[in-house]
Design a protein around this ligand. Structure first.
Ligand code: ISL
Ligand code: CA
Length: 555
């Protein structure tokens, strides 16, 4: 079922604002369900919509069974879920259970005293004569431990101090999570995207209590916290206790820190853990030091190799086959069009090429809101224009108050390449003020100034537009089984600018040929066949800038 389907990720804060407060909300999404159904996507993934103080825009939950007031009421959610189902779509919510908000009542109780019944819902340790219990670092700069005066101990938070890690060693906590999952599934929710799920199990020392320092050479490498000793025990328990009782439940694991070789431990068909996982091998590296020392962008051969490796390893090994959720964009990465396309010179061609490559790969694709109209990175002119806690914490850690201008501009230049905010600027619906995202006077985050040129309304009526190419391609994909189950083979793995691959299912062979560059290819790629779909009106035997074609080969 999920192998034919396409996921569309909505970042509710930035999708559509129905009450004019400049913040996206559930009624806003409700108003766009016909748009989404018409686009042709199948499963909507909502980034967190639950009660939260928004230290990390909802990835810090203070009540797992209440809707964030800024987003609306539970009645709005019930209407939305009904509306999604009436249109034949499904809805999955974001399960953020590696950590909660420090404003969750569990944590408020836990911090009251060492013998509070909720104490062990979280991970508390003494300093043992050190500065912190060990040298673990947070994703959002600084130590992963914060001292709590009242009980004189530290609590663990791999993310912000307002995101204390939940203690999955505690069976009572696990049962609370399973009960909450059933609450949403019994309401009719169709499944979960599982936030940093590989991190639930933490590596303990031999005494079962101390946490070992980072080993030499891996200080601050947070992927070390993934794939802990009991992670598969916990996920198999979650499956036994919850997921197995809801056979249509969709589960997508955020596979941060999971290698291709480890993937089938999570998604192998007989593992009874998760249905699919997405990886980070092509995500933009964003550890703190990257804000001054950015990693070079992937070359095309490197990107192709990542896709080929993951496709191959899911078919190999004792737990094969597995399945993956593939993507180019999400709320944690800059816009894919700005990474691998050329929005200035070839906006339509490069946006539609990226759509073609992604939607013809093997795996369940996730589209990210706005990619279907070719939204791009946004110019942020000062640190004050950014919202993301990760950017702000890195700025404070790297650029103190007296940093020289050179260092400040270096940080801003890099943040304008890698920050997560690029994916979080308001969806661009029309050329109306604030891109039609809100009728109110302001928005919670800057609107990309290019919204007059790039917006839904302008493209809807244009037959040669990014969104209409997506609609056609989504329909094509829906009716082309070789794209669901067919094998994948990269035909030109070393070619510096052309991505050419084959999908094969029985006698059916499809070729996808894409020129991921602004230069026309010299001479033919030798890939010939009947053109089924292309982002150019005609086809000759060279590939023009960002030209993508889907060919059928009749053997
Ligand atoms: O900084 C990152 C990796 O270098 C981010 O991609 C992100 O922190 C990480 O991938 C985990 O992501 C998930 O958990 C975070 C939240 O900030 C992200 O938005 C979420 O997708 C904490 O819940
Ligand atoms: Ca609103």
């Amino acid at each position: 079922m999920h192998k034919q389907q396409v996921i569309y990720q909505i970042y509710p804060r930035s999708f559509a604002d129905a009450n004019g407060d400049g913040i996206g909300d559930l009624p806003g999404i409700m108003g766009k369900l016909d748009y989404l159904a018409d686009l042709g996507v199948d499963i909507l993934w909502l980034s967190p919509i639950f009660q939260s103080p928004n230290a990390d825009n909802g990835y810090d939950i203070s009540d797992y069974e209440a809707i964030m007031p800024e987003f609306g009421l539970m009645a709005d959610f019930d209407d939305l879920l009904k509306g999604v189902h009436e249109r034949g779509m499904r809805l999955i919510v974001d399960l953020v259970v590696n950590h909660s908000s420090d404003e969750h009542r569990w944590f408020q109780e836990s911090r009251k005293s060492k013998d509070n019944p909720y104490r062990d819902y979280y991970i508390w340790r003494g300093a043992n004569g050190r500065k912190e219990p060990n040298n673990w670092q947070s994703f959002f700069s600084g130590p992963a431990w914060t001292f709590d005066e009242l009980t004189g101990e530290y609590y663990l938070h791999l993310f912000a101090e307002k995101q204390p890690d939940l203690n999955w060693e505690n069976p009572a906590l696990r049962q609370e999570i399973y009960r909450m999952m059933r609450f949403w599934l019994d309401k009719g929710v169709d499944g979960f995207r599982m936030d940093v799920i590989p991190f639930l199990s933490k590596e303990h020392g031999n005494d079962g209590r101390t946490f070992p320092d980072y080993p030499d050479g891996r200080y601050g490498d947070l992927t070390i916290h993934a794939n802990g000793p009991r992670i598969h025990e916990f996920l198999q328990e979650m499956n036994r206790e919850v997921l197995a009782h809801y056979p249509n439940c969709i589960t997508v694991g955020e596979g941060f820190g999971v290698s291709a070789e480890q993937a089938n431990l999570y998604v192998g068909v007989n593992r009874h853990e998760l249905q699919m996982i997405y990886h980070f091998d092509h995500a933009v590296p964003r550890e703190e030091h990257r804000f001054l020392d950015p990693a070079p962008e992937l070359t095309l051969p490197e990107l192709k190799a990542i896709f080929a490796k993951w496709d191959r390893t899911l078919d190999e090994g004792p737990d094969a086959p597995g399945w993956q959720n593939i993507y180019f964009g999400n709320h944690d990465n800059p816009r894919v069009l700005s990474r691998f396309g050329d929005p200035e010179r070839y906006h339509y061609e490069s946006a539609t090429l990226l759509a073609t490559v992604l939607l013809c790969q093997r795996g369940t694709p996730s589209l990210y809101q706005g990619d279907e109209i070719g939204m791009t990175n946004c110019p942020f002119n000062s640190i004050h224009e950014f919202d993301d806690i990760q950017v702000k914490r890195a700025w404070n850690a790297l650029i103190g108050p007296d940093a020289d201008v050179e260092k400040q501009s270096q940080f801003l230049q890099t943040a304008n390449r890698i920050a997560r905010d690029h994916a979080r600027t308001p969806m661009q619906w029309s050329h109306a003020p604030n891109a039609g995202f809100t009728n109110g006077p302001r928005t919670w985050l800057k609107v990309n100034p290019n919204y007059r040129d790039i917006n839904v309304a302008k493209q809807k009526t244009d037959p040669r537009s990014v969104i209409n190419y997506y609609r056609n391609l989504l329909q094509f994909r829906k009716h082309t089984p070789v794209l669901h189950e067919g094998t994948y083979r990269d035909l030109l793995p070393e070619h510096p600018t052309v991505w050419a691959f084959e999908r094969r299912l029985g006698e059916k062979i499809l070729l996808v040929v894409a020129n991921v560059s602004g230069q026309e290819t010299n001479g033919s790629t030798g890939m010939t066949g009947e053109v089924l779909l292309s982002n150019y009106a005609d086809a000759d035997n060279t590939l023009r800038p960002f030209e993508a074609r889907i060919l059928i080969i009749r053997e």
